[in-house]
Design a protein. Sequence first.
Length: 207
Amino acid sequence: MPDWNHIFTEQGKIFIKPYSDMEQLAKLFKEQRIQKILDLGCGTGRHLIFFSEKGFELYGIDASAKALEITNKWLKEKGLYAELKNHRMEHRFPYDDDIFDAIISIQVMHHNLMRNIVFTIKEIERILKGKGIIFIIVAILKGRAKSKRLDLKEIEKNTYIPQKGAEKGLLHHYFTLDEIYEVFSSFDLQELYIDSTGHRVIFGQKL
């Protein structure tokens, strides 16, 4: 399986521009008086930069030390700060209970086995304040054409490793709607929609 440190070493920041819905999300955060935001799987920091520039208090967690090195350099260049931690999502998060107002995770959580995803969601519940907001984007499988094009090798139900394509060798869990409602049962899921990249957006609030 490819190593994320290698990927970030070879490709650098990879993503520069914030995800398209972030401007709207930032406005909502301001209206809801959100202050403390965790970017779960922050990569090289595009959303840490985006929200920090708007005055929010940012925290970032990622499994790749190289990604965090790039993020830290980028933050310093911008004169910004975010608290960064090198940590894997399938291990207990290095945060106390009920401390974050919002948690975002953009196209990250699906790169795991289902049992680890369930654990990650439980940890999100633990560290998120009551009525806290989640904005999470995950992969879905769009029919047979994609399956054939990527030559997907199934390793458990709805979990595959592409044998071809840009993400060859990377674990993918393709969420169904039923799975989303099941694993996010502790949240009021207010919006579920497919974005322009063909991923599922999950917007909700902790019950």
